[in-house]
Every structure is written in C-alpha cells, then in structure tokens.
Ligand binder design. Structure first.
Ligand SMILES: *Cc1c(COP(=O)(O)O)cnc(C)c1O
Length: 387
C-alpha cells in the first residue's frame, strides 16, 4: 500500500508511531479496525482486487504494511511494504525472489545465523555465496560480479556496524542490488532506504512488535518491480502472516517510539555499568561513545537499539550469571519490553566465545535492571560453591 494513502499529520517519531497506517477519522468507526479473518472474499466476475483470496491480500495486512512503510520511508509515496509470517520468511523472500542460478550473493559472515544457514540451499540452486564480515565494510572487497549485497547492521549478535551508504553506492556501481536487515535498529533507529538500500528487511518479532508474543516479518522497497517480485514470492510460497499477528503488530507500533527510546537509554546505562566490572570484557553497544562501531553508527542511526553484548570469563561463569538473574529472563530473541539474556554460544553457529552474553534490555526501570545484573555478577563471581 502507498505510504501516503492515509498520511500522518505531524512528523515526530512518536506521532508517526501512534498514527501510522490508521484510517482517516470516521464517525462511529474504530481507530484501528479489528483483524479480518478471511480465506475467500465475495468475488463476482473477473477476479480483480483489491481483495481476491486470503493468501494474496488481507485488509489487516494493508493497514500494517502502510504503517511500516510510513515508518521506514516517511513521506515517500513510492515506498511499499509486504508483511510475512516471520523474519526468516521475509529474508527468504528477498533472497529467493531476486537470485537465480549462476548469480552471486554477498552475505555478512557474522549475520543472524539462520540467514547464513540458507547458504547451502542457495548453493544447491547454483547461486554463489560469498561471505565477508560486517566490521570495516569488509563486504566491499567481495562485490565484483555480485547480483545482491546483503547487509545486517548492527549485526546480531556481535553488534558490528557497516557504512550502509558507502556499501550501497559501491554495490550499485558494481550492478548489485542492496538489502539491509534492519531488525536490530527498527525503522525508528535506521532508515536503510534513505541510506541507499533497495530493500529494508526485518523481523518484526523483535523490537518492532516488542512484546515477545508473536512472529512477523516484512520487506519494504520503493521499486514497484522489486515489490511485485517479492509479492509473487509470498503468494506462491504462502509465507503469509496471520491476521491476528498482523493486528497485534500494528497495535504495538503505537508505543514503538516510547519503547525504543526507553530501551536505548536503559541499554546505555547498562553498558556503562558493565564497563566498571573487572570480570566483564568486550562490552559492545553501538550507542556507547567508546564502542568501535560508534562513529559509523552515529552517522547513520537515530537510535542504537536494545541489545548489549559482553563476555564473561568462561561458559560456567556465564551460566552462573544467567541462573542468578531474577528480573531478567534467560531466553533467546530480543527487543521485548522485558529484559532477556542468553549465552549465545549455546546454539552453536556464531563465532563467539563460550562466555559471550547477548543481553536484550527491556523497558523496566534502569536502576532495577542494573541492580539485577550487579547482584547476578556478584553471585557468579563467588563461584559454583556459593551457587
Ligand atoms: C530474529 C532475526 C531474524 C529472523 O526473524 P524471525 O522472526 O525469528 O524469523 C532475522 N534477522 C535478524 C537480524 C534477527 O535477529
């Protein structure tokens, strides 16, 4: 749907978060129409839209997609969004709708691990996969002859950052399209299309919906032809979001600015507190002025996200820390209103040390979060015997 169709009166991020994708005020109608549960529509005569069949289109998706387009590309009437069943459905939709046998894709070697897990399948279809790290814009050196450059910035879980504008310009000069996984930043933290990307792809499961209660994904692009390819992929593969999830995600957008502002402030406070602990090393948060990624991040991000990563001396130490947390749940995923943390190496698949912790900062009070982490670090430091 067009980002301009309803338009948002006001340009502040909170205003846009609250109003994005909501229909014009209409007497006796709700502010956000409820989810439309439908497989088939009344469809006399020629099967032309706007609504044809439940796998092709749904009025609840339309409003969510319009809302996300308004956040990813404010005021850009060309931007359109397609919603998917999950972040991976959106990632796969771009990769597999754009790439053909004989072509080359450049992926980050430190991307979200399930994105990298697609490598074998891509290669089995005759697509060449090149991997290079996010840090230092190392993917620049792998662009020759590529069809698609895939970026993830900040990367999950290492929180490295690349210069999206620089890489996008180089990729376009080399004839490649550019997709950015914008999950960690959210559209209020970073606007990949304005930085030159052709696709902004995201898992809305994380901070975008932010309550840890649903999976959803999306792709935003301003090129109608690219959008049509992704739409046709969704129709033929059928990786569509449920109307209930779509509605819940849209409802959650109203608090997006509040949530990401609080998460960012809390994350910075936590990162600073972690820097004072001798047993904690490798603290990473792109919003931390001393972080190696801060300079590039500050040039292209408006908010730095909810994830802080750091290392404890070894696996046992990290396990004691996680077990001692009281407020913070040991859980995967990130971006929720509640604090969660996990020892990332437990999954395998990421090049991280055994004591590496990915901490997702919630919207609780900063003092409570820091107190919880401090008491858990104290408990973990006193060793297994004190347990
Ligand atoms: C979680 C995540 C995904 C996948 O999203 P799902 O909704 O879990 O399918 C993709 N990219 C990044 C960076 C993620 O963190």
């Amino acid at each position: 749907m067009s980002a301009q169709q309803a338009g948002v009166p006001g340009s502040g991020d909170s205003t846009r978060s609250v109003h994005a994708g909501r229909p014009a005020h209409t007497a006796y109608e709700p502010s956000l129409p409820g989810p439309v549960f439908v497989s088939h529509y009344h469809l006399p005569g020629e099967p032309v839209g706007p609504h044809v069949y439940g796998r092709d289109d749904n009025p609840t998706w339309d409003l969510l997609e319009q809302a996300i387009a308004e956040l990813e590309a404010p005021g850009d009437p060309a931007a359109s969004t397609l919603a998917f069943a999950s972040g991976m459905a959106a990632v796969s939709a771009v990769l597999f709708s754009q790439l053909k046998a004989g072509q080359t894709v450049v992926l980050p070697s430190d991307s979200y691990q399930t994105t990298r897990a697609l490598r074998e399948r891509l290669e089995s279809y005759g697509i060449t996969v090149r991997l290079a790290p996010t840090a230092g814009d190392a993917q620049l050196a792998a662009l020759d002859g590529a069809t698609l450059l895939w970026l993830e910035s900040p990367s999950n879980p290492d929180l490295d950052v690349c210069d999206i504008r620089r890489l996008a310009d180089a990729a376009h000069a080399a004839g490649a399209l550019v997709a950015v996984d914008n999950t960690l930043a959210t559209p209020l933290g970073q606007r990949p299309l304005a930085l030159g990307a052709d696709f902004s792809v995201s898992s809305g499961t994380k901070a975008l919906s932010g309550h840890g209660d649903l999976l959803i994904g999306y792709v935003t692009t301003r090129d109608p032809e690219l959008a049509a390819g992704v739409r046709y992929w969704r129709k033929t593969i059928g990786a569509i979001p449920g109307p209930m999830e779509s509605w819940l995600a849209h409802r959650s957008l109203a608090t997006l600015a509040l949530r990401v502002d609080r998460q960012g402030a809390n994350a910075l406070t936590l990162a600073e507190a972690l820097l004072t602990r001798a047993e904690v090393t490798g603290v990473r948060y792109p919003g931390l002025p001393s972080d190696p990624a801060h300079k590039v991040a500050a040039g292209q991000m408006r908010r730095f996200g909810s994830v802080v990563s750091f290392e404890l001396p070894d696996q046992a130490h990290a396990e004691r820390f996680l077990a001692a947390l009281r407020l913070t749940a040991e859980a995967t995923s990130f971006g929720s209103v509640q604090c969660t943390a996990e020892r990332r190496a437990r999954w395998g698949g990421d090049a991280v040390p055994p004591g590496f912790v990915r901490f997702s900062v919630g919207i609780e009070d900063a003092e409570d979060i820091v107190a919880d982490v401090r008491q858990a670090l104290d408990a973990a430091a006193s060793g297994p015997a004190a347990g």
